[in-house]
Design a protein around this ligand. Structure first.
Ligand SMILES: Cc1cc2nc3c(=O)[nH]c(=O)nc-3n(C[C@H](O)[C@H](O)[C@H](O)COP(=O)(O)OP(=O)(O)OC[C@H]3O[C@@H](n4cnc5c(N)ncnc54)[C@H](O)[C@@H]3O)c2cc1C
Length: 497
């Protein structure tokens, strides 16, 4: 007999986890499933990590409404969920006089969307604020409500807080189909068995189109991934003060240069339509495009300071903006469709989906209430996710006290980022246990420095094997099929003989 839930959420990216977190406030039995071995390991992990002010989306679109509603929520959210967030502001930079009219258009769009705190500054002021900016800068928009966040911490914070408040999360669990009774969804099938429920929430990111098609709705809706590639630079080599966008193009906000919450400068992304929803590879042409684009803003960028590359996939769909008189623009889908009962359907949650996540969660709750769901508050809901110690941010007295409590905090495993064995072990035994190298990396920032894990990887493998009680051969980078080791070294001669 399948277990019975009130709500099942398909997808543990930032959208699914944030919805789970906000819904965990109510007396509901909630299950969240994800096909990967960790939450937030696909698009929600590979993006620019910016909290957008809301001047980019087409006025009247759901994207614009969600963005402007979400932006002021971030300060409180960061405090409650214990992730890094810096309200640094952001800039749109015009290079040459020809680009100046675009700034006026963007200012008007921002005003229409209701974005507070935007103003035009001169080229001279921009040069003073960012000494590394292209000297040809002719003017800029400064938007004081822009910000940067640790996107891994956001998803993990939301997911852990949901678990703390009673939500069940099943990883390595792939949704394969719906169970219907008449035209009502009453459950889901997965590769791990069936689960019954009253509601399903489709938060499957790049695969949301396939999920809604299995529910029999929006057959015309198709997600075409748009890949964005990035460089990360060594923070010891260059300090970027804020977030700098070029003037936007028709299809993207353009290649930006930004500071990150960890201090490493970030360059990217470009925008290439591709067909494979799993293809997060980099291409030499794409990376060259990123470097050229970034140099337009900061000409002194030195490729020798690059320490890592990565790529993320935007889940762009073909749902048109339904704003009267607007012909361009794809919008988010967030709806309770009439054709089938028991489904909250989300799709096309591309940028600024990370920013919008808390507002999308509230909107989903409002839609459910309108559809007749009675949401009764729990008496003991706790919005605070307790933070775990982060050795590198502690002073010497705090470090000493921590080491006295647990000597594992006295053993540095990642030398570039100062991450201790104590922190790694804490993540392995946390509410959503880190079971792979990448899961530990996302949670602690280990392996992201100049050596890119060259020193820590063997030690992390040994710690994972010890703590999880598994063979080191089973320890993987990101789940089955990505194991680091193939056999004990001493067997090489035996097998090859
Ligand atoms: C290059 C790039 C830059 C961006 N920059 C920004 C930015 O700076 N600011 C901003 O606000 N937004 C940004 N975004 C957008 C933002 O990253 C996304 O909108 C957001 O991460 C989408 O979250 P999600 O939960 O919908 O999707 P995902 O993170 O993809 O989560 C969906 C989850 O569903 C799971 N899933 C899929 N199918 C199944 C199935 N059949 N069974 C079980 N699980 C399944 C997946 O494994 C995945 O974990 C950017 C995106 C990209 C790609």
């Amino acid at each position: 007999m399948a277990d019975q839930y009130d709500i099942i959420i398909i997808g543990g990216g930032v959208i699914g986890c944030m919805i789970a977190r906000y819904l965990s406030r109510y007396q509901l039995k909630i299950l969240l499933i994800d096909k990967e071995s960790d939450v937030g390991s696909t698009t929600s992990a590979a993006n620019s990590a910016l909290v957008h002010p809301g001047y980019d989306p087409v006025p009247g679109s759901l994207k614009a409404k969600m963005n402007v509603r979400a932006n002021p929520m971030w300060d409180e959210l960061a405090n409650e969920l214990g992730f890094d967030f810096a309200p640094s502001g952001d800039y749109v930079v015009a290079i040459s006089k020809e680009e100046l009219p675009k700034l006026d258009q963007l200012m008007q769009q921002g005003r229409k969307n209701g974005v507070p705190g935007m103003r035009l500054i001169s080229g001279e002021e921009m040069r003073l604020r960012e000494p590394l900016i292209n000297p040809q800068v002719s003017g800029a928009i400064f938007a004081e409500t822009g910000g940067i966040c640790d996107q891994f911490g956001v998803v993990l914070g939301a997911a852990e807080n949901a678990v703390q408040n009673g939500v069940t999360i099943l990883l390595n669990t792939t949704f394969t189909g719906f169970i219907f009774e008449n035209k009502r969804i009453v459950g889901i099938q997965t590769n791990q068995g069936e689960h019954r429920c009253r509601w399903v929430i489709n938060a499957a990111g790049l695969f949301a189109d396939e999920v809604m098609h299995l529910a029999g709705i929006r057959p015309e809706f198709k997600i075409t991934p748009r890949r964005g590639e990035y460089f990360i630079l060594d923070r010891a080599e260059m300090v970027i003060q804020s977030v700098y966008f070029p003037v936007p193009t028709e299809i993207s906000k353009g290649i930006l240069v930004a500071n990150t919450t960890h201090g490493n400068p970030l360059l990217g992304p470009n925008a290439q339509e591709i067909h494979d929803k799993e293809d997060r590879s980099n291409s030499s042409e794409g990376l060259q495009e990123v470097l050229d684009g970034a140099k337009k803003l900061i000409p002194s960028l030195n490729p020798r300071t690059i320490i890592a590359t990565f790529a993320g996939l935007r889940a762009g769909g073909n749902a048109a903006c339904e704003t009267p008189g607007v012909s361009y623009g794809h919008d988010f889908i967030i709806e309770i469709p009439h054709a089938v009962k028991g489904l909250v359907n989300l799709g096309g949650i591309e940028s600024p989906g990370l920013t919008c996540a808390p507002a999308i969660a509230l909107y989903v709750m409002e839609l459910m209430k309108e559809a007749g769901e009675i949401l009764e508050e729990k008496k003991n809901w706790n919005p605070i996710r307790p933070p775990r110690p982060r050795f590198r941010y502690l002073d010497n007295n705090q470090r000493q006290a921590l080491i006295q409590k647990d000597e594992k905090y006295g053993r540095i495993v990642c030398r570039c980022e100062n991450i201790t064995e104590g922190e790694i072990v804490a993540e392995i035994h946390s509410p959503i246990p880190a079971r792979t190298y990448d899961a530990i990396k996302r949670r602690t920032w280990l392996g992201t420095g100049r050596c890119q894990g060259g020193f820590d990887m063997p030690r992390v493998t040994a710690i994972l094997a010890r703590e999880l009680g598994i063979d080191p051969l089973q320890v993987s980078k990101k789940g089955a099929g990505s194991e680091f080791l193939s056999r004990p070294t001493k067997m090489v001669g035996v097998q090859d003989a």
